[in-house]
Design a protein around this ligand. Sequence first.
Ligand code: PBG
Length: 335
Amino acid sequence: MTDPTLGAYPNSRMRRNRRSDAVRRLVAENKVSVDDFIWPLFVVDGTNVRLPVESMPGVDRLSVDLIVDAAKQAQDLGIPAIAIFPFTDPSKKTPDGSEALNPNNLVCSSVRAVKAAAPDMLTVCDVALDPYTTHGHDGLLDGDEILNDETVDVLVKQALVQAEAGCDTIAPSDMMDGRVGAIRAALDEHHLDHTRILAYAAKYASVFFNPFRDAVGSVKALQGDKRTYQMDPANTNEALREVAKDIHEGADMVMVKPGMPYLDIIRQVKNEFGVPTFAYHVSGEYSMIKSAGLHGWLDAEAAMMEAMVCFKRAGADGILTYAAKEIALKLNGAQ
Ligand code: PBG
């Protein structure tokens, strides 16, 4: 009897369509393009400063002038967007993270400089207090409680300062309840209705963020962990509710973070909502591949490409990855 799962061609040979590069390209169901990338960059004080991030091989913190150079390179390569994260000088950190509201802080200065030099480059700015607080948390702390509504009030101000500096894509990454709606309302009130919101909607409390915290200088500062506001890696239904809420509150795009261990969540979000969905291939995922490559344990370049096409297969419309530039160079070279 014919196995119904094999359909009308029980004797077909699957390998026929894998015989050559040409046929493999012809039948490929998913493709990675430079159009898919958001390239995260770290900004630091000074001029012509390039400060390597020890735990992220190949990634440097850059002063604003070099951020502008990177943005121009990205534009030449066809990468549509950069995301900017600050390494805040410890002397500027406070318990309430007030440097986040300084219109001349590193993020706002970078956005202004990038927009002046490369007006078409999209700029994504994180809304969260962790690069600015002495305790390393994303919100205001009262004892060991992260205050929700009080934090949202500050995040709204942070978002406005960034949007007024020219940021076109505001990305709340703090995981406070109700922040997307509050930010949307404030942007609209201030006639910033073109400013879009990319919500870190399903963001899990993950140890894969550690190298990022090294890069922004919050790793030593962080007291405790972020499990009272970021999600439990065990949960799926909760992720769908988080995404539903953020869309309802006005998010234009949503994100799942981390990426590689959470491909099932990306697929479900894409199927359920059909909104532009981004995967964040986070610092720890990047560093694992890079460091294994440096040891000669795998081909890091090929591993990066494999990770990227898997994000596309899972349903991601785009990917934030520290490898965006090297992948774009490769894709452009391949054309
Ligand atoms: C800040 C923020 C984090 C990341 C992006 N925005 C760290 C955290 O939540 O602790 C992680 C990015 C990465 O690991 O690459 N809220």
